[in-house]
Design a protein around this ligand. Structure first.
Ligand SMILES: *Cc1c(COP(=O)(O)O)cnc(C)c1O
Length: 334
């Protein structure tokens, strides 16, 4: 049992079989039928003109930011945004794009008054503010649909582009019971991680209009992300996107159960209001020696990431019974 992340899932036997049989070609020449199929199908499925298969979510975000922004441009994002905080500063390092982070509100959203105040005037002192980048889900929290509509209105008023880091957008889809297009419609571009809760071994998608994706394709080559017989991966990616919602709903129910059970343990406190998808954060009292607990769990082949707050992630390879076992074990060590 591995509760560190939803990236640890194993490809299903059906995926492995499809991968073994995938028709492939050299995708740098545009010759891989499985990659072409995934890109065309995914563009249509999410309501965009075009799609690009990338090695990772980090690469998809980087290509998106670089395809929107030139050197000396700026993007607005959250302090907690993955594409600001957890991607080694790629947009700045490789794109010469200045991030302008804004403190996230407790629900994960960005306040429009604060965003507005951060937009730079057209003046040679400043970087050019070009883009607003949101994240959904963010730390397991779902941005409300009305917030997305307001964000679209905000960028229209200020002449900005709107990007969604949708690494876990299908968790938002499952939580809100909407079609993915209903979320995607507000954005000029969007990423989707195929290798998180969706269960594919490798890869992400970048979605946008045809010109944008063509710019991103060139940058993908520049950063070494042009792959050859990548159809072996693309078929697994397409399977991951086919009907993922029922499993994600199970993962969400398991996260809720985990939150409830952790709240019964002395020294563990979960804010249940923010357990909206498959991620549970628990704050620990000083008395809890989480490193020792993690060591003991490891001897029982249960893996967690010690920390405070500690993050647990549910996914298709941990069951309701696994949640019960995890909490029982922790309880026995306290
Ligand atoms: C994981 C993640 C990414 C990056 O994906 P990788 O495939 O790990 O590079 C980007 N954004 C968010 C919100 C993520 O959770």
């Amino acid at each position: 049992m591995d509760f560190r992340s939803d990236t640890v899932t194993q490809p299903t036997p059906q995926m492995r079989e499809a991968m073994a049989k995938a028709p492939v070609g050299d995708d740098v020449y545009g010759d891989d039928p499985s990659v072409n199929d995934l890109e065309q199908w995914a563009a249509e499925r999410h309501g965009f003109e075009a799609a690009l298969f990338t090695t990772s979510g980090t690469q998809a975000n980087l290509l998106g930011l670089m395809a929107h922004c030139q050197r000396g441009d700026e993007y607005l994002c959250g302090q907690q945004a993955h594409n600001y905080k957890y991607e080694a500063g790629g947009a700045a390092v490789l794109g010469s794009i200045q991030p302008q982070p804004i403190e996230n509100e407790p629900d994960g959203s960005l306040d429009f008054a604060k965003l507005k105040a951060a937009i730079k005037p057209n003046d040679s002192h400043f970087a050019r503010t070009k883009l607003l980048s949101l994240e959904n889900t963010i730390n397991g929290k779902v941005l409300p649909m009305e917030y997305l509509a307001q964000a679209r209105q905000f960028v229209n008023e200020h002449g900005l582009q709107l990007h969604l880091d949708g690494a876990r957008v299908y968790n938002a889809v499952a939580a809100l019971d909407v079609d993915v297009k209903e979320i995607a419609q507000y954005f000029d571009s969007m990423t989707v991680c195929l290798s998180k809760g969706l269960g594919a071994p490798i890869g992400s998608l970048l979605l946008g209009d045809a010109e944008f994706i063509s710019r991103a394709r060139r940058i993908r080559k520049m950063v070494g992300g042009g792959m050859r017989q990548a159809g072996i991966l693309a078929v697994a990616g397409k399977m991951a996107l086919t009907d993922p919602v029922p499993q994600l709903k199970v993962d969400h129910a398991n996260a809720k159960l985990l939150a409830e059970l952790l709240n019964t343990l002395p020294g563990f406190k979960v804010n249940a209001e923010f357990v909206q998808t498959n991620i549970v954060f628990a704050k620990l009292d000083e008395s809890i020696d989480i490193n020792t607990i993690a060591e003991k769990l490891k001897q029982e082949t249960i893996i967690i990431s010690p920390g405070n707050p500690i993050r647990f992630v549910t996914h298709q390879d941990v069951s309701e019974q696994d949640i019960l076992t995890l909490v029982e074990k922790i309880k026995s060590y306290l």
